[in-house]
Write a protein that binds this ligand. Sequence first.
Ligand SMILES: Nc1ncnc2c1ncn2[C@@H]1O[C@H](COP(=O)(O)OP(=O)(O)OP(=O)(O)O)[C@@H](O)[C@H]1O
Ligand SMILES: [Mg+2]
Length: 247
Amino acid sequence: MTMIELVGLGKNFGALWAVKDLDLAVSAGELFGFLGPNGAGKTTTIRLMVGLLRPTTGTAAIAGHDIQQDALAAKRSLGYLAQTPLLYDRLTGREFLRFIGGLYDLPDGESDARARHLLALMELDDKADDLIESYSGGMRHKIGLCAALLHRPPVLILDEPLVGMDPASSRRIKDALLGLRDGGTTIFLSTHMLEIAEQLCDRVAILDHGQLIAVGTVAELRAALTSQAGTSLESLFLQLTQTETQD
Ligand SMILES: Nc1ncnc2c1ncn2[C@@H]1O[C@H](COP(=O)(O)OP(=O)(O)OP(=O)(O)O)[C@@H](O)[C@H]1O
Ligand SMILES: [Mg+2]
């Protein structure tokens, strides 16, 4: 079953096509990596997918619901972590999650129980009753991730979820994402960290100048590009995006 479907998706800002004629389908239970250099159009694509931007061309559908035509059903089906999460600094972490639970019509008891579980998972327990304004950058990302997971959406869309995470947190979040994937959640994440794509992702897409230049498993991309066994994703990525290599 296709859980994320982009058809002819495009967005221009004046003369610049940040995303151009993108076709992509992600199946249920896939952990999909979205790679590309700075300015490739990853965040723009994600913002189109979650309904924060209106496409210039084409459509995006989540769990079969068009994000523009059937926005509420599509948004109920997805959890989203922005590259820079929008939080409420004057709420505590726990209050913020209760507020988010309310947006998704979760009963308070259920919302609080899930929040406790997620706060423990992200090791935010001892910060849960502090104002978000006192959180570090990594903690802000973690509370944003808790908020994205709270309503247990079938589709998770995460823009650079592991940026700024210390190694232990990164490990916990990776394990949590793999656990969710194994439980059937579809996960779409953008990352600069190529080793994350290699470790975690069932398939990856590489975006450059707003266009897809490769889609497949890391092994398939490797096979298509080179006969050298064991070529790192990094060198493939650099080949594909034609960045000068220094080694
Ligand atoms: N609101 C906007 N107005 C004008 N140009 C924009 C806007 N948003 C993005 N762009 C441009 O669109 C292109 C793609 O940006 P985008 O943020 O999608 O890239 P990205 O792949 O997420 O990059 P990064 O890896 O740095 O996060 C860039 O050239 C950017 O300057
Ligand atoms: Mg981005």
